[in-house]
Design a protein around this ligand. Structure first.
Ligand SMILES: C[S@@+](CC[C@H](N)C(=O)[O-])C[C@H]1O[C@@H](n2cnc3c(N)ncnc32)[C@H](O)[C@@H]1O
Ligand code: SF4
Length: 374
């Protein structure tokens, strides 16, 4: 296997937020200063410039500005990063370049600026179009703002658009959630990321007693989502991702189909394939620590005989799985017992026989399915 043929993506973490949402476990900071902003962009460029070994003569097939809230960073600083990548010929033809927004910052001027710099996919954290749900999530925007932000992005030409919605929120009814999906479907957007609210340790919600909807209500929400989204031309291609068949997110698909990615910015993760295994690493989490030492990382080498689980965890998230042919492209990484484990999963009815794809039961009990490969 020629390592330089493995597809490579770039993730750029821009960590600042206006406030910390009570459910959020991302690596964020609410103390943004102009000096830190400039210094972070310089550090990110320095980091990419010094990652030539990991890049290994490849060009990025996708780039993702995630956060935090990237839209809090000045548009011209985003331009500096993209100019650097262009100058060094690091962006593949037709690369997908995504950028995350909070509805609060969606303005025509800002969008014109970053699209002018080359951003071609926008992802907006709408979460809901219902004021009650937004207030349960303690978001800093309301229904009106959610709708306005969609109206602004709908006017853009040649840019792919995605929004995030959350279900399973305290006080959220089936009718309210169906309303969210119908409103989404009225706009001509290319993608939906649909997340069930998870109560993560280390979040404010974890310490509260919350009345989240019952399992039955969650299941009816999932059934409704399938019905409404399918009838509007959106199909689930991954646990939380829905789109028409030709609009799947290239960046996330690269994660799940075991491509490589370079992560830059505080707390960003990387995965780089080496001759005999995979190197996974994470950058310093604090903004100032990263600025001081952008190249420092904590890494873990996963040797060949421990890769099965890692690989199954990623591939099996994709709803349609991968063909056995595509799976076998990675055999240089499998342990000797990979195909025995696959056999067990097939016999238990968790994975299909002629495709590396979870069956309906396997998808429902995804953790059990994946753990067969441990
Ligand atoms: C980095 S944020 C997106 C951009 C932006 N910061 C925002 O919140 O609008 C990524 C998305 O993850 C989802 N998310 C974050 N924490 C979550 C949780 N605990 N449960 C479910 N979804 C969550 C939200 O939908 C959020 O929009
Ligand atoms: S959900 Fe988004 S806006 Fe809220 S704290 Fe997390 S990253 Fe920031």
């Amino acid at each position: 296997m020629n390592l330089s043929n493995i597809p490579l993506s770039l993730y750029i973490h821009l960590p600042w937020c206006e406030k910390k949402c009570p459910y959020c476990d991302f690596n964020i900071s609410i103390n943004k200063s102009d000096t830190d902003e400039v210094n972070l962009i310089k550090a990110i460029i320095f980091d990419i410039e010094n990652s030539r070994v990991a890049i290994n003569n490849r060009k990025f097939k996708s780039i993702y500005f995630g956060g935090g809230t990237p839209s809090l960073v000045k548009g011209e600083l985003i331009g500096l990063i993209i100019n650097f990548l262009n100058k060094n010929d690091l962006i593949a033809n037709n690369a997908e370049i995504s950028f995350e927004f909070n509805p609060q910052e969606v303005s025509k001027d800002y969008l014109d600026c970053i699209v002018g710099h080359g951003i071609n996919r926008l992802s907006i954290g709408v979460q809901s179009f219902d004021d009650k749900t937004l207030s349960s999530l303690e978001r800093n925007h309301d229904r009106e703002r959610s709708l306005e932000s969609l109206e602004v992005i709908s006017l853009l030409k040649g840019v792919r658009t995605s929004i995030d919605l959350i279900y399973g929120v305290m006080g959220q009814t089936l009718t309210s959630f169906e309303g969210d999906l119908r409103t989404f479907s009225q706009f001509d957007l290319s993608h939906l990321s649909l997340y069930q609210l998870t109560i993560e340790p280390n979040t404010i919600f974890y310490k509260r007693e919350l009345k989240i909807p019952s399992e039955e209500r969650i299941e009816s929400m999932e059934r409704s989502a399938k019905k409404i989204l399918n009838s509007n031309g959106y199909f689930q291609y991954e646990v939380s991702s829905w789109s028409p068949d030709d609009q799947k997110g290239i960046h996330n698909m690269n994660y799940w189909s075991y491509g490589d990615y370079l992560g830059v910015g505080p707390g960003a993760h990387s995965k780089i394939t080496l001759d005999n295994g995979v190197y996974r690493s994470i950058k310093m989490k604090k903004v100032l620590s990263y600025i001081e030492n952008p190249l420092k990382n904590n890494g873990k080498y996963i040797p060949k005989d421990e890769i099965d689980l890692d690989l199954a965890m990623n591939f099996l998230r994709i709803k349609e799985g991968v063909s056995l042919e595509d799976l076998k492209k990675n055999t240089y990484l499998f342990s000797d017992s990979f195909f025995n484990k696959l056999d067990i999963a097939v016999r238990k009815g968790l994975i299909e026989k002629d495709r590396f794809k979870a069956t309906d039961r396997g998808y429902k009990f995804l953790n059990d399915t994946v753990n067969i490969f441990s």
